[in-house]
Write a new protein. Structure first.
Length: 147
């Protein structure tokens, strides 16, 4: 007979990984799922929650089976938006701002950066999102030179 406490803890770890993956994926409006290489969007999102690109691919597939993520062609998104926004707000609380900035802004592709900015537009009640946008709008910030 299997040890029920070890079964429970394995399920708890799997649930926690799925929750962390959902948080990371919700930080962007959409993400590419086909590429799992070291510079892929899945790799970047996985870095935020300490999960490998292959594990992220597996977990995104599970999110799709649970109808929390939808795929259209190469692209995937956490849906509905109300769930994605709540997960993204939690992710902003749980992931260090400097790591988010590196992975989704300074070292990110233009497409991923825009996808992150799109998500932030839905998070007007999140103090963490407000801080990110405020930093972006300072003269030395990411968007500071636009004015």
């Amino acid at each position: 007979m299997p040890n029920s406490s070890s079964d429970f803890s394995a399920k708890a770890r799997a649930h926690e990984e799925l929750y962390r993956a959902a948080q990371a994926c919700s930080l962007v409006y959409s993400f590419q799922t086909e590429d799992t290489g070291p510079e892929s969007e899945l790799a970047r999102l996985g870095t935020l929650v300490e999960l490998s690109p292959q594990r992220m691919y597996d977990l995104v597939a599970e999110l799709q089976r649970r109808d929390i993520a939808q795929r259209r062609g190469l692209w995937c998104a956490v849906l509905p938006q109300a769930i994605a926004n709540r997960l993204a707000a939690t992710a902003l609380q749980n992931i260090p701002p400097a790591l988010i900035n590196t992975i989704l802004v300074s070292d990110a592709s233009e497409r991923l950066r825009e996808s992150f900015a799109h998500r932030l537009g839905y998070l007007h009640d999140s103090p963490e999102a407000q801080q990110i946008v405020t930093r972006w709008l300072t003269p030395a910030g990411f968007l500071g030179g636009l004015a």
